[in-house]
Ligand binder design. Structure first.
Ligand code: ADE
Length: 227
């Protein structure tokens, strides 16, 4: 999979993609991430990427030209399955969306700033608009990093043990059960006996019941969809 990220703050992606699972996915050649500075495509003298909002309201809006040129430049090289705009008024990201997107080959992610982007970009270039939650970030960069992470870890071969993605919270519509590691007792706090019993069937049952209980108490809305 190839992800092209369009941003005016390319340095913001230094951390999230150069560590841990995403780094491994890139090193294994399972994911390619290309960061593009929208400002490099600005044709005006001062390399401006924003301008005043029409209609007299306060604030700046990201201009069409640099973004359109950047997207067109990429589209000349290859076909894209999705051109995603990260925005708080998009559809809210969930595991189902991450699963869908993990099957794609080429994705563009556009990070907005200021008061937003010229609406004509959304109308003519964007195929999908995604929010990472009902709160407003300073820009789309952190949202793009979250989205990319949620997708890349699902690509087959990225996680060393593929079942660990399958057993993630949400993957089967339930939250994950609690997990423990050694020692079996710390400070008088014990690991549940069943997990030490070696009885696989009982352990599977216990995990399932814990998942269900957690989902019922923490996220009953997830169960409503199932009824
Ligand atoms: N840009 C600003 N806030 C955002 C959010 N919650 N999700 C996606 N992009 C955003």
């Amino acid at each position: 999979m190839r992800i092209d990220i369009l941003t005016i703050f390319p340095e913001m992606f230094q951390g999230p993609f150069t560590e841990s699972i995403i780094k491994r996915a890139v090193n294994k050649g399972l994911a390619e991430i290309h960061i593009h500075n929208i400002r490099d495509f600005a044709k005006n003298k001062h390399k401006n990427v924003d301008d005043y909002v029409y209609g007299g309201n306060a604030g700046m809006v990201m201009m069409i030209q640099p973004i359109a040129d950047c997207i067109n430049h990429l589209k000349q090289e290859r076909e894209y399955d999705e051109v995603i705009f990260l925005t708080p008024d998009g559809e809210v990201l969930n595991q189902g969306i991450a699963n869908q997107l993990s099957l794609k080959q080429n994705i563009i992610m556009l990070c907005g700033h200021y008061k937003g982007i010229d609406e004509r970009i959304r109308q003519h270039f964007i195929t999908r608009e995604i929010s990472i939650g009902d709160y407003v970030l300073s820009g789309g960069e952190l949202a793009a990093a979250v989205l990319a992470d949620s997708i890349i870890r699902l690509i087959p071969g990225v996680l060393s043990d593929e079942t660990s993605a399958l057993s993630d919270s949400f993957q089967d519509g339930l939250l994950s059960p609690p997990v423990y590691t050694r020692p079996a007792e710390y400070n008088g706090w014990k690991v549940p006996d069943v997990l030490l019993s070696g009885n696989e069937k009982e352990i599977i049952n216990w995990n399932y019941n814990q998942s269900l209980e957690r989902t019922q108490t923490r996220r009953p809305d997830l169960l409503e969809d199932k009824i």
